[in-house]
Design a protein around this ligand. Structure first.
Ligand code: SAM
Length: 166
């Protein structure tokens, strides 16, 4: 997978510039603000869900794709600016100097001590996450998994984890 990032002129006066992005965000906030059933957002690892067995109609998930990207490192780019600006509003989420890395479900040889260890860590965390998804879903419920990988290894790991997780 090759990373492609266009640079948009923020003053361009068209799609993707600063004002159109702000308009997208404010219109979403206005629309969502009309609903009386609020969403509950929780931060934690998918491999350890704090929910009882069989309570959800569906689980929809988009796990990291093997070693394609470390989202926590990507997040650090914004985190270091958010921490001094809004960190005081959410002290429990901004306690660390950078985003947490330890439980991230990603194969990163430099973090996990080698290629094989990285593969084992990713396989195990993906398996545990899918097993948790199975546990919290009602019998006959729905699981949707988004996944992308250019190698058969990446897909084989997902299929194996799905099969083992039930
Ligand atoms: C492929 S991205 C999904 C992006 C998402 N669909 C979106 O539109 O923002 C994978 C996500 O899984 C998160 N992630 C990594 N390890 C995780 C874990 N152990 N538990 C829960 N989420 C995790 C990453 O931080 C990243 O946001």
């Amino acid at each position: 997978m090759t990373w492609h990032c266009p640079e948009v002129n923020i003053f361009e006066g068209g799609s993707g510039d600063a004002l159109s992005q702000l308009a997208f965000m404010t219109s979403a906030v206005r629309r969502e603000g009309q609903f009386s059933n609020p969403s509950v957002v929780m931060r934690g690892s998918a491999a350890e869900l704090p929910y009882d067995n069989g309570i959800f109609d569906a689980v929809i998930t988009d796990p990291p794709y093997y070693h394609n990207e470390s989202y926590s490192e990507l997040s650090d780019v914004c985190y270091v600016w958010l921490r001094p600006t809004i960190g005081f509003l959410y002290p429990e989420h901004f306690a660390g100097q950078l985003t947490p890395k330890k439980k991230e479900c990603v194969a990163a040889a430099y973090r996990q001590g080698g290629k094989q260890q990285a593969r084992d860590y990713y396989e195990d965390t993906l398996f545990q996450s899918l097993r948790e998804a199975h546990r919290v879903t009602k019998p006959g419920g729905i699981l949707i998994v988004v996944y992308a990988h250019k190698t058969t290894l990446g897909w084989a790991i997902l299929v194996d984890a799905l099969r083992r997780a039930g």
